[in-house]
Design a protein around this ligand. Structure first.
Ligand code: FAD
Length: 339
């Protein structure tokens, strides 16, 4: 039987608001947008871009980027948030890019694998987590993966390649993937569950896929909190690091307003977090258009009322100029500003 989805035209949505695919809920209509569900669909899209002379931009859940108000007409925006599957053998646990990182904390409890707690309520897919080296406190994605699978977009064959985590040039929010046109498909995890019931795993993934690839932070929070509650009803209790994460993130109102989390990377040479410097400058609560520097966390800019990308960028400049003038350095954006 012919798979009708498997043509470039059928895989592309037209005039799709990027705001629907960004945790900021910001972004104009994309002329071309796609959410492939398999590696084959992804390759079809890449080949179609070559045939039609289109550029492409990849994203996951859109929780660390700022889409433009006027997207480029000749670009296909590809979200990998529906590329959700696991490949499980006795000595290998492959997790695809679209799998939410936070699901690893749930799976860690289900399969008795310690060390994944830090991913609880961390927005975004594993692919971007590998790309950004997403972290919480002292734990980061590079601590828990073994081999990353990717496609080198400059390779005419678009074949799948792999790289060991030791070669990935990982640092604070840095990786080799930020230096190369490589599209991450997923990774083998360092730990492999001793007993993983494939049907139970499929049910977990299906429940997420049924949500149609959500990017809204409040829905993301409700979904993950429900999964955690379901575990508790089966006698699996949330360990302290996970309840502390929930308290911390709720305290900073992470899921109440659309945002991208921290806007700037911390400057460890300076030694004081950007949020604390913004606090010292008394910029918390400063608003412009529909955007505001969060009153709850100085390193977050929230969308309070139909903010545009320009409103967010304006407040980013206010922070960069203020920190430069008062403390002598310009903070480096963590958010990916898509032009
Ligand atoms: C409320 C809130 C709290 C947050 N807290 C934290 C935190 O504690 N720690 C932390 O590290 N981050 C945090 N973040 C930021 C965000 O969760 C991470 O950066 C996450 O890795 C982004 O995942 P995503 O799927 O949404 O990526 P996107 O925002 O969609 O993409 C981010 C970047 O990754 C690239 N990318 C995405 N997928 C791929 C792929 N498969 N291959 C190659 N490149 C790819 C994109 O091109 C883009 O440059 C927070 C965000 C929010 C909204």
């Amino acid at each position: 039987m012919i798979n009708n989805r498997m043509t470039f035209e059928n895989l592309c949505l037209r005039n799709e608001p990027l705001a629907n695919h960004s945790s900021y809920q910001i972004g104009g209509e994309a002329n071309f947008f796609a959410m492939p569900e398999t590696a084959e669909e992804l390759i079809t899209l890449l080949q179609g871009c070559r045939t039609h002379g289109l550029d492409y931009f990849f994203c996951g859940m859109g929780s660390n980027l700022l889409f433009p108000d006027n997207p480029r007409k000749d670009t296909l925006y590809i979200s990998l948030k529906r590329l959700v599957y696991w490949d499980i053998t006795p000595d290998k646990w492959f997790i695809s890019s679209g799998t939410p990182m936070s699901m690893l904390s749930i799976a860690g409890l289900m399969y008795n694998i310690p060390g994944y707690e830090f991913t609880y309520l961390l927005p975004g897919g594993l692919g971007a987590g590998i790309y950004m080296n997403a972290k919480y406190n002292h734990r980061q994605i590079s601590d828990i993966i073994k081999t990353v699978y990717y496609v080198d977009l400059e390779d005419p064959s678009l074949s799948v390649q792999s790289i060991d985590v030791s070669q990935c040039k990982y640092g604070y929010k840095q990786s080799i993937f930020q230096m190369n046109p490589w599209l991450i498909l997923g990774a083998d995890m360092l730990a492999v569950p001793e007993q993983l019931d494939p049907q139970q795993a499929n049910r977990l993934l299906s429940r997420w896929k049924d949500k149609e690839g959500m990017s809204s932070l409040s829905s993301f929070y409700s979904y993950m909190a429900e999964e955690a509650k379901a575990l508790q009803s089966r006698g699996i209790h949330l360990p302290a690091p996970m309840t502390q994460i929930e308290e911390y993130r709720n305290g900073k109102r992470h899921f109440e307003y659309p945002s991208c989390g921290s806007v700037f990377k911390n400057n460890y040479d300076y030694g004081v977090p950007v949020g604390a410097l913004v606090d010292r400058l008394e910029l918390k609560g400063k608003a412009y258009g529909g955007a505001m520097i969060s009153p709850f966390h100085g390193n977050m800019i929230i969308n309070t009322d139909h903010a545009t990308a320009e409103h967010i960028k304006y407040l980013m400049n206010v922070i960069m100029e203020g920190v430069d003038k008062a403390f002598g350095f310009v903070p480096e954006p963590e958010v990916v500003v898509v032009e």
